[in-house]
Design a protein around this ligand. Sequence first.
Ligand code: ADP
Ligand code: MG
Length: 337
Amino acid sequence: MAKIHELPTVLANQIAAGEVVERPASVVKELVENAIDAKSTEINITVEDAGLKFIKIVDDGNGIDPQEVKTAFLRHATSKIAEQRDLFRVRSLGFRGEALPSIASVAKVRMQTSEGGQGIEVNYAGGKLVNEKPAPARKGTTIEVSSLFYNTPARLKYMSSPNTELSRISDMVNRLAVSHPEVAFSFTSNGRELLRTSGRGNLLQVLGAIYGMKTVSKMVKIHADNLDLEVNGYVSLPELTRASRNYISIILNGRYIKNFGLTKAVISGYGSKLMIGRFPISVIEIKADPALIDVNVHPTKQEVRISDEGQISKLIYEAISSALADKQLIPDASEPF
Ligand code: ADP
Ligand code: MG
């Protein structure tokens, strides 16, 4: 027998899942991103027992052609890119074609989907198709993930406490909602509604739903642009701070990203106004030409390479420092909304 062989599909998918599906919050992220890419206007997220027992995402997006739904569960199968040059101008959140097969390989998955006509339901367990049947003609997709990591005990053991896993999901949902104020989100955990946004496209309203109106009344609008870039968002007044940088959210073309340099630019916009060890609450939305951004860096796509990071940093710095300077001249100018 040859010593080298290709791995069976389910095993290959489980290996990919090791990176893409680290914990329940990553499942929520991948599925909600799919719903956003499908142009949903409303996305409802339900979890039970911090997502380890059950995760359900209902969207009203474009749905999947019943003929193609099984293809969507194949590795590297995607509708979002087709050829090499597409990789350098990705406008969607997904493009790797890994989430569905990865999740299906480490959980039980039920998907109902319809493009408006006759729908289809498929059931997967441990990466294998269990059955398929007709489903109602409701445009959009419902996906249920249960018994996450039931067949990968090592991964299951590595989960933190339910409270920690739930707060990771909650953080993720908040960031997705902030990144897409044009989508109406709801998030319910064990029957309790934790977030609801209106989908009216108002970032400040989303921030109000997450942090409360009192916090939001201490945030100011920022804006700066040049020929290639635009920076918008809200930042807290220097009096409203947190002990961690985690409340600084950077959103690049609708994708929440982690970027040390841009986070530093936010802090430097405050000059000497922040106390040592204190950080602002802020949401920075950047619009840039997708050709300048390489999203193909890491499977979760939270790290990206930006070709003109210095220019973006400069704009962020300018937007924040000028907004805060205005506030010092007119202390009572916080805008009503
Ligand atoms: P990717 O998002 O990288 O394309 P996924 O494995 O997440 O890969 O999804 C595979 C394909 O399934 C997507 O390209 C898309 O065509 C389809 N799909 C997945 N989820 C949805 C959804 N909620 N609505 C519509 N289509 C979906
Ligand atoms: Mg995806």
